[in-house]
Write a protein that binds this ligand. Structure first.
Ligand code: PLP
Length: 355
């Protein structure tokens, strides 16, 4: 690493704390950390040592960005990365309802047999490649208030789910349960209650047509910001009550979840530095433009699509007047800009220094 690269500071003590809070609040639900959320090796190794499972959405994911007519690429190892860390295949769920054929073949070859689906075409693909796979039906159960709704992309309705279960039965496929994701950044106990009710209806339908489901996967969506412990506990208590009332007649049931943000958010801070700065005199007065060593094409690629505003913490405070400021990423692209949505108080700095 060069001295002028950005880097993460990962609080592994906080990972242990979050895991302890999870086990206390949801003692019957095993977390399968969603690797896509952040595949930092220190985080993954710590969670693996704590005995969690892992939700992987690919063998290896490549993000490609078109930038100045060339592609730049970053790589995120998911199933392969976890197996390389020594995690056994039974601790991995391949939780991408629409899988690349080569990734599906790899997963099966490596013994990762638990995987999600939400449509006929995926069932046919799986029947061809690995008819003994342990399949989990993904239903759509969006919290309308969630920050990022995932149901627009994945998940079927309950009637569609019944049709898919019947189709799977006719194809002789092994369906072992139901999963859902209420959407990331959900703060709603009610959303989980409704999703669990829909899941129970499909468990009963599955039983009627000859399946005995053994897995319920309640997805992600759990809040991860500092200070969200109380909300998490309210959500957990609603989940526990629904599990008791709706699923106690299904003996030997394993319940898992796929938390991402919960473990990756408050545990990580990114340290960036100012690589250049300019002052500009405008009609409205003096402004500063700061150029940072990370931006939209790397660690902050999510800020525009998700309208999230990272909170900058200036570590070299000085006295003097505050000026409106614009923060830019390091590339030559004008899209590589922070803070389009910042309130003015968050983008006023007293002449940040260069590192
Ligand atoms: C299938 C699946 N599981 C889990 C997660 C993690 O969700 P969260 O970070 O909201 O816990 C995601 C996020 O995209 C997902 O798509």
């Amino acid at each position: 690493m060069n001295i002028d690269d950005s880097f993460y500071v990962v609080d592994l003590g906080r990972v242990l704390e979050l895991h302890r809070d999870w086990v206390t609040a949801l003692p019957t639900v095993t977390p399968f950390y969603a690797v896509k959320c952040n595949n930092d090796p220190a985080l993954l190794k710590t969670l693996a040592a704590l005995g969690t499972g892992f939700d992987c959405a690919s063998k290896v994911l490549y993000y490609k960005f078109l930038f100045c007519f060339t592609f730049s690429q970053t790589k995120q190892a998911e199933i392969k990365g976890m197996l390389d860390l020594g995690v056994t295949p039974s601790r991995i769920i391949y939780a991408n309802p629409c899988k690349k054929l080569s990734h599906l073949k790899y997963a099966v070859e490596m013994g990762v047999e638990t995987m999600t689906f939400d449509c006929d075409s995926e069932l046919l693909k799986i029947q061809e490649e690995c008819s003994s796979a342990r399949l989990v039906l993904r239903i759509r159960a969006d919290d309308p208030e969630a920050q990022w709704k995932l149901g627009i992309k994945f998940g079927c309705t309950v009637p569609e789910g019944k049709h898919l279960l019947s189709t799977a039965k006719n194809l002789g496929l092994n369906i072992i349960g139901v999963c859902f994701h209420v959407g990331s950044g959900s703060l709603s106990p009610r959303a989980y209650e409704l999703a669990l009710k829909m899941s129970a209806e499909l468990f009963e339908y599955g039983y009627k047509i000859g399946y005995q489901f053994s897995l319920l996967d309640i997805g992600g969506g759990f809040p991860g910001d500092k200070g969200s412990k109380e909300v998490f506990q309210r959500v957990a208590s609603a989940i526990n009550s629904s599990l008791d009332s709706l699923f106690s007649s299904f003996p030997g049931l394993t319940v898992i979840a796929e938390p991402g943000f919960y473990f990756a958010c408050s545990t990580h801070q990114i340290a960036v530095s100012v690589i250049s700065k300019k002052s500009c005199d405008t009609k409205e007065g003096r402004k500063f433009m700061y150029y940072l060593n990370d931006g939209f094409y790397s660690a902050f690629r999510w800020i525009s699509s998700y309208e999230v505003t990272p909170t900058p913490i200036v570590i070299t405070e000085s006295s003097g007047p505050l000026y409106p400021s614009i923060l830019w990423g390091p590339t030559c692209d004008a899209l590589d800009k922070f803070g389009r949505q910042y309130p003015p108080s968050r983008t006023k700095y007293r002449g940040l220094g260069l590192l």
